[in-house]
Design a protein around this ligand. Structure first.
Ligand SMILES: N[C@@H](CCC(=O)N[C@@H](CS)C(=O)NCC(=O)O)C(=O)O
Length: 234
């Protein structure tokens, strides 16, 4: 039996617009485990709603009396709490490899994607989040959204160079975790789903091996990621 699971999931003005790369990692990990979850639309400024987790970012997964955060820690919790369900890591070496991939995505891929998609985000946000988002993100980037938007072509070219370590394996294998998706796949797909939901920009060219992998991942888990509402598309 699984405890009832609830996930605080970043949303835009529209409750159904779920655009957080880190929340998508957790949603796909839960789907991989076959665990149903109730998602709760959460906005950047609703810190009180997740205060019991002891920090201010999502994903936050509530499992019974546990308030879990950090997408990687949540993946490990799911793996260790539900060992009889499909494995997210496969083996200890698989866990270590997935951790490396996860960190690469968090520390290299997410900032590269952010430079491309951030200018599209304010239009999607709830009005109460707009000032907070602009202030915090402009401080983090050290320049205005207008300046970031002006560099978009350069940012997209830089992102495509950043994808090189992903592209060469995916030219030879169907998934990051090789023959079938495991956590390394959601760990990376989160960034692509972020862009897909919130931005008009296609991160990869059609003939990029990463594009075929994204399509496979959109279809995985009964098309969970593909069915997500998108800001700029029907
Ligand atoms: N390392 C964390 C990062 C979590 C994170 O940055 N979440 C963003 C949404 S994608 C957030 O909640 N930001 C809140 C804020 O900036 O105030 C993880 O992997 O879960």
């Amino acid at each position: 039996m699984s405890a009832d699971l609830r996930l605080f999931d970043l949303a835009g003005a529209d409750d159904d617009l779920r655009f957080s790369p880190n929340c998508w990692r957790t949603r796909l990990a839960l789907a991989h485990k076959g665990l149903p979850v109730e998602t709760i639309a959460w906005r950047f400024t609703e810190k009180d709603a997740i205060a019991r987790s002891g920090q201010g970012k999502v994903p936050v997964l509530v499992a019974g009396d546990k308030w879990l955060y950090e997408s990687w820690d949540i993946a490990e919790y799911l793996e260790d709490t539900y060992p009889d369900r499909p494995s997210l890591f496969g083996c200890p070496q698989g866990r270590a490899g997935a951790r490396f991939v996860n960190q690469w995505a968090s520390e290299v891929l997410h900032p590269a994607v952010a430079r491309v998609v951030v200018p599209d985000i304010p239009a999607a946000l709830h009005a109460k989040d707009r000032d907070y988002f602009r202030t915090t993100r402009e401080a983090a980037f050290g320049r205005s959204f207008e300046a970031i938007a002006a560099e978009r072509d350069e940012a997209l070219a830089a992102l495509r160079r950043t994808l090189a370590p992903l592209r060469s394996p995916l030219a030879k294998q169907s998934f990051v975790a090789v023959a079938a998706p495991a956590y390394a796949d959601p760990a990376v797909l989160g960034a692509f789903q972020w862009a897909r939901v919130i931005s008009r920009v296609a991160l990869t060219a059609v003939d990029d091996p990463a594009s075929a992998w994204v399509e496979h991942m959109l279809d995985a888990y009964d098309g969970l990621a593909r069915s997500a509402k998108r800001m700029w598309h029907d």
